[in-house]
Design a protein around this ligand. Structure first.
Ligand SMILES: Cc1ncc(C[n+]2csc(CCOP(=O)(O)OP(=O)(O)O)c2C)c(N)n1
Ligand SMILES: [Mg+2]
Length: 577
């Protein structure tokens, strides 16, 4: 049998390092999966919702660095990919989406399920191609792969079934992915940077995901400069552990001394970060330098004194021998002391946790962190789970923390954990899920985990609420509405579906319940943790409008007769327990 276009597709994807394709088949994709079975090098992972497949692929691609394929078919199935592809774009994950298209003879006729992939994917995709002629195959597949891998993001190949099933022209399927170049600022700019660092009395560092490869160099530089190191959520997992200068995160989830360190330094070095919350960055009283390999990140969040293009590892490696060591450690010590005192405050609900019912999420997360293995991978749903992940799950050289940090979609954690459980068999993959997030997407595809007996631990923060939004509405000074819902007993639901279910209602059962969940290796576990729906987490630095908003919301709630709720909420968050 001659080679089909779909055979060429899989051959090239396999050569690019694709190990899995997550998705749902049907119509146009039938010849595509048929060719996948013939190919044998790539595993097809059928899911119950295409978006779940993409979130799984995003986590796999982000951590392994390999491109991952996803698929959905014609119209609605393709549309279900979209939110996940936006996430891939924001989290910089190389994903190649295979979108089933209508028959090529019906394109642009408004036939059943037809949509325009160019228009539809414009916001998410770095490159979208419609394969309407077998002669295009090699060139467009090649471009989709190279763009996803080199520009780190999603690309889309829209393929009509008839083209996928057509004979492929006799073309070579080999291609080359260029090795990355070393990217460093020009000598004269570099010298300017060295001078600024040497002239500054105190330096602070704020790092993001761009420090991933250069983390050891950044920590070494910080030690040499006696510089406190703060980080974005995406930078936390690279910069916090084994770093004596770590001072926590700034922003809405901020903790520790990061905010002060950034604002009190003479010079701020922003390294590999596109941290979006400008209000948490200092103004002109602090000199600011930003270094990033993506020139578009430079200067877009705050005005700078110097902006340099360079990858963090090689730029900081070059800086290390070039800058003078600082001798005065007073600034650093002050920021570390501040961080330690904030940490003590954070421990309040962890230490008191065993005696507080409903269960405090701080206590739940800290216990999970303590019990999990040193190479565990943690994933947090967008929602309060992110706050508890940021504040109470410890990182480590071999631990990994991930979420929809930049796109901030709900329902990412369970599929993220599933993708990593497939990519890293034997490693603990733990999803800290919102009850809103889990019921949005995680519950249906729990069946996927069950069928494959994939050992994913899902810990559900059962607060019967879109709690993050509840907090947001209070911050905005309004009476919370549209945020409450009712849940079933998730442990029983999980058991009925065929997973292991553990319900934890009492704080004294937290340790045992989590230990049991982590020890279970025979398939997925759902831990239904009934947590305090009124637990609040304020950032280490609260902007004035936040404080004002809470006060206003509390006042409005009291006036509308919700006195009990307000008193309870205040009581449960000021340590009067
Ligand atoms: C797909 C999607 N829909 C809505 C939102 C807005 N949103 C952000 S967090 C959140 C609440 C999440 O609730 P839940 O999963 O129960 O977590 P909790 O905050 O209660 O821990 C909502 C609705 C979003 N980010 N993504
Ligand atoms: Mg909730």
């Amino acid at each position: 049998m001659s080679k089909k276009v779909a055979d060429v597709l899989w051959e090239m994807l396999a050569k690019a390092g694709v190990k899995r394709c997550y998705g749902i088949v049907g119509d146009a994709l039938n010849p595509v999966v048929d060719a996948l079975s013939r190919n044998g090098a790539i595993e097809f992972v059928p899911v119950r919702h295409e978006e779940y497949g993409v979130f799984a692929a995003v986590a796999e691609a982000y951590f392994t660095g390999n491109p991952v394929a996803v698929c959905g078919t014609a119209g609605p199935g393709v549309v279900h990919l979209f939110n996940g592809l936006m996430d891939a774009r924001k989290e910089a994950a190389p994903i190649i989406a295979i979108a089933g298209d209508v028959e090529s003879s019906l394109i642009d006729t408004s036939t059943l399920e037809e949509m325009n992939p160019y228009k539809f994917f414009e916001a998410a995709s770095l490159y979208t191609a419609r394969l309407v002629n077998p002669e295009q195959a090699r060139a467009v597949i090649n471009t989709a792969i190279l763009t996803a891998v080199l520009e780190k993001g999603p690309t889309v190949l829209s393929i009509p079934g008839d083209v996928a099933a057509a004979d492929a022209p006799d073309q070579p399927t080999d291609f080359t992915i260029a090795a990355p170049a070393i990217l460093r600022p020009a000598d004269s700019d570099f010298e300017k940077l060295v001078r600024m660092i040497d002239e500054a009395k105190t330096v602070a560092i704020f790092g993001g995901d761009g420090c991933r490869e250069g983390r050891d160099q950044v920590v070494e530089l910080a030690c040499k400069l006696k510089a406190p190191v703060g980080y974005s959520f995406r930078g936390k997992q690279w910069l916090e552990h084994e770093n004596p200068n770590a001072v926590g995160m700034t922003g809405l989830m901020g903790y520790g001394g990061a905010y002060n360190a950034l604002h009190e330094a003479d010079l701020l070095l922003m390294l590999g970060t596109d941290f979006p919350f400008s209000e948490f960055l200092p103004g002109t009283s602090v000199k600011k330098v930003q270094i990033d390999k993506n020139p578009k990140h430079i200067g877009r969040r705050t005005a700078l004194d110097l902006g340099l293009v360079g990858d963090i590892k090689s730029t900081v490696s070059a800086l290390l021998p070039a800058v003078r060591e600082k001798t005065d450690g007073e600034f650093l010590e002050r920021q570390i002391a501040h961080t330690e005192s904030f940490h003590k405050r954070l421990q309040h609900y962890v230490e008191k946790g065993p005696a507080i019912k409903p269960i405090r999420p701080e206590f739940l997360a800290a216990t999970l962190s303590e019990l999990a293995s040193d190479d565990a991978m943690f994933f947090a749903d967008t929602g309060t789970a992110c706050i508890w992940l940021a504040r109470h799950i410890d990182g480590g050289r071999n631990r990994r923390l991930f979420g929809s940090f930049s796109w901030a979609s709900m329902a990412n954690a369970a599929p993220n954990a599933f993708g990593c459980a497939l990519a890293y068999p034997g490693r603990q993959c733990i999803a800290l899920c919102g009850d809103g997030g889990f019921t949005m997407l995680g519950m249906g595809d729990l069946l996927t985990q069950i069928e494959r007996r994939t050992p994913v631990v899902q810990v559900i923060l059962n607060n019967e609420k879109y709690d993050f939004v509840h907090i947001e509405q209070q911050e905005a000074g309004i009476i919370p509405s549209g945020v409450e819902f009712k849940n079933p007993n998730f442990a029983k639901v999980a058991e009925a579906m065929g997973a292991k279910g553990i319900r934890i209602e009492d704080p004294e059962d937290v340790r045992e319940g989590l230990a049991e969940a982590l020890a279970y290796k025979d398939g997925p576990v759902v831990v239904d943790a009934v947590v305090d729906p009124l637990a609040l987490a304020m950032p280490s630095h609260s902007p004035f409008h936040t404080v004002k908003g809470f006060t206003l919301s509390f006042a409005k709630q009291v006036l509308s007769g919700r006195v009990d709720t307000v008193i309870q909420e205040i009581e449960r968050n000021v340590g009067i327990v």
